[in-house]
Design a protein around this ligand. Structure first.
Ligand code: HEC
Ligand code: HEC
Length: 296
C-alpha cells in the first residue's frame, strides 16, 4: 500500500475512534440531572404510548466503552490500520500456509505410499481410487463435469477415447504439464462455401453419420493434403498432436454441420491447464490412475 493511503486510512480510523470516545463521554454527561419528571418528547402512539427523554441505561454505555476498547486492542494486535502488520504477526497468507503445511504433513505419507505402487495396480486399488475421486472433485469437475463425462470442448474421460493417450506416461504428462490442442483455421484453403460443405460431408462420412456420396468424396484429396498430417490419412487421429479420431463418432465439439463448419472456419484451441505445481508428483500419479480407472 503506498505511504499516502496507509496514512490516509490509518488517520481516518484513529480520528473515528477518537470521535466515538468523545461522543460516548459527551452523551454520558447528558445525565439524569437534565431530565424533569414529566420530560416527554411529545411523540405519541396508539393513544397512550409516549416517548420519554430518559438517559440510556448504564450497561448500554459500558457496552459502547467495551466495543471501543476492543477495537483499539484489535487494531494493535491484528493488521487493520493502513499497512500496519499487527503486533501478533498474524496474516491471512500465513494462516493459509500453516494450514496447508499441517495438511501436507498429515496426508503426504498416505500419498507417498500410494504413489510408490505400480500404476496398473494403483488404478485398481479401491482406497487409492477413493482418494483420486476426491482429488478429482476438488480440481477437475469445473471443466470435465462431476461424472467426468465432459461437455463440448471438454473431453469425456470415461469413454476410452483419448486425444492424447491413456498410458501412465501420457496421462501424467497431461495432468502435470497441461495440453493445448491446436486445430488451425483451414476454411480459406478449402475453396469457398461449396468446398467447406463438401469437407463437412467428408468428415461426417468418415464415421458413417453421412453418406459417402460424390460431394463428400470430392473433398478427399484436400483431406489427404491438408488434414492427414494431423488426423492421419484414414482420419483416425494422432495423439502426438492431440488430433481427434474422426472415424469413431465421438466428438469433442459436436458432429452437426454447424459444429464442424465452425471448427474449420474458426479453428479450435482446447486448453487443459497444467496441474503439476498444484498437485505435486504423488497426487498427480494417484489422480492419473483414477482417470485411467474410469474407462477401464
Ligand atoms: C495442425 C494439425 C491439424 C490439422 C492440419 C488439422 N487438424 Fe483438425 N484438429 C486438430 C486438433 C489438435 C484438434 C482438436 C482441437 C482441440 O483439442 O481443441 C482438431 C479438431 C478437429 C475437429 C473436431 C473434432 C471433434 O471431435 O469435435 C474436426 C472436425 C477437424 N479437426 C477436422 C479437420 C479437417 C477437416 C482438417 C483439414 C481441413 C483438419 N482438421 C486439419 C489438428 C489438426
Ligand atoms: C479449465 C478447464 C479444465 C480443468 C480445470 C481440467 N481440465 Fe482436463 N482438459 C480440459 C480441456 C479443454 C481438455 C482438452 C484439451 C484438448 O483439446 O486437447 C482437457 C483434457 C484432459 C485430458 C486428456 C483427455 C484425452 O482425451 O486425452 C485429461 C486426461 C484431463 N483433461 C484430465 C483432467 C484432470 C484429471 C483434471 C483435474 C486435475 C483436469 N483435467 C482439469 C480442460 C480442463
Amino acid at each position: 500500500m503506498p505511504a499516502f493511503w496507509h496514512w490516509f486510512v490509518a488517520a481516518g480510523t484513529i480520528l473515528f475512534v477518537i470521535w466515538c470516545v468523545w461522543l460516548v463521554s459527551w452523551s454520558a454527561k447528558q445525565g439524569p440531572q437534565n431530565v424533569a419528571d414529566d420530560d416527554v418528547v411529545g411523540h405519541k402512539w396508539d393513544g397512550d404510548l409516549e416517548e420519554w427523554n430518559n438517559p440510556a441505561p448504564k450497561w448500554w454505555l459500558y457496552l459502547y466503552i467495551i466495543t471501543i476498547a476492543w477495537a483499539v486492542a484489535y487494531m494493535i494486535a491484528y493488521p487493520g490500520l493502513g499497512s500496519w502488520d499487527g503486533a501478533l504477526g498474524w496474516s491471512q497468507q500465513g494462516q493459509y500456509e500453516a494450514e496447508m503445511q499441517a495438511a501436507a504433513s498429515r496426508y503426504e505419507p498416505i500419498y507417498a505410499k500410494f504413489a510408490a505402487m505400480d500404476f496398473e495396480e494403483l488404478s485398481q486399488n479401491p482406497d487409492a481410487n477413493q482418494l483420486g475421486k476426491s482429488l478429482y472433485a476438488s480440481y477437475c469437475t469445473t471443466c470435465h463435469g462431476s461424472d467426468a463425462r465432459g461437455a463440448p470442448g471438454f473431453p469425456n474421460l470415461t469413454d476410452d477415447d483419448w486425444l492424447w493417450g491413456n498410458s501412465e506416461e501420457a496421462l501424467t504428462t497431461t495432468l502435470k504439464n497441461g495440453r493445448s490442442g491446436v486445430m488451425p483455421v483451414l476454411a480459406p484453403a478449402l475453396g469457398g462455401d461449396k468446398g467447406i460443405d463438401n469437407m463437412v460431408s467428408y468428415v461426417q462420412s468418415l464415421s458413417g453419420i453421412a453418406e459417402t456420396d460424390a460431394d463428400a468424396m470430392s473433398a478427399q484429396p484436400t483431406f489427404l493434403a491438408l488434414c492427414s498430417a494431423c488426423h492421419n490419412a484414414d482420419g483416425t487421429g494422432n495423439p502426438i498432436f492431440g488430433a481427434p479420431n474422426l472415424t469413431d463418432d465421438i466428438w469433442l465439439y459436436g458432429s452437426s454441420d454447424e459444429a464442424i463448419r465452425t471448427t474449420l472456419v474458426q479453428g479450435r484451441n482446447g486448453i487443459m491447464p497444467a496441474h503439476g505445481q498444484l498437485l505435486g508428483d504423488h497426487r498427480t500419479k494417484i489422480l492419473a490412475a483414477y482417470v485411467y480407472s474410469l474407462a477401464n
